[in-house]
Write a protein that binds this ligand. Sequence first.
Ligand code: DC
Length: 227
Amino acid sequence: MKQKQQQVLQIAIDGPAGAGKSTVAKLVAKQLNLFYVDTGAMYRAITYKVLINQVQFEDELNVSQIAKTAEVVLDHTDEGTVWCDGENVTQVIRSPEISRAVSTVAAYAGVRERLVELQRREAERGGVVMDGRDIGTHVLPEASLKIFLTASQQERANRRWRELVKAGKNVVFEEVAQDMRKRDRQDTEREVSPLEPAQDAVILDTTGLSVEETAAKIVALTQEAGR
Ligand code: DC
């Protein structure tokens, strides 16, 4: 892997929903003493804002307008608190309603432009592990290491279902799987910054791998990239 010309360590982790990005990214960030930036949470925060403003998700113009002025801030000092215009939205952005609508909102160029600006601002605060769909391809093209994390569709749906049940949500597995398939399609087929591995990304299939094993691989790759 080629050595990138930069001072701070930036690790980009992209991949589809349920691939384990956020859990793995958090652990890698902890082990390497970096900030964790959950960009999906930022798209979710905008989606929540659209919802409470009673704007239709399909109304691109007004959705983009909301995104333009929204201040989404990730708290780097604790367990990933997400703030949107001063409101703590950490919990509410995880609802199935937001999960179903977020890919529609995330497909709008106006929304992406605003959030990419905020994400790069987050990266200016220090070394980061940033996860999302377009981090290696678009947000941090000079990242020290780019990982494309994936897993079989069955395993990804299973993980997401278990996560929701653990959080006390009453969800049906087939519905979770169906929502996920729809979201995958929307994320990979959209025109602006679709989900795809960067040309220089390392593809890691996490099917059958634990979070610890996946994180260990990424830490080892980071050390290799730094040589
Ligand atoms: O990672 P997540 O499931 O919380 O992401 C929510 C949605 O946001 C996902 O369906 C696609 C979108 N997203 C995106 O388009 N670009 C990113 N960098 C991160 C997320």
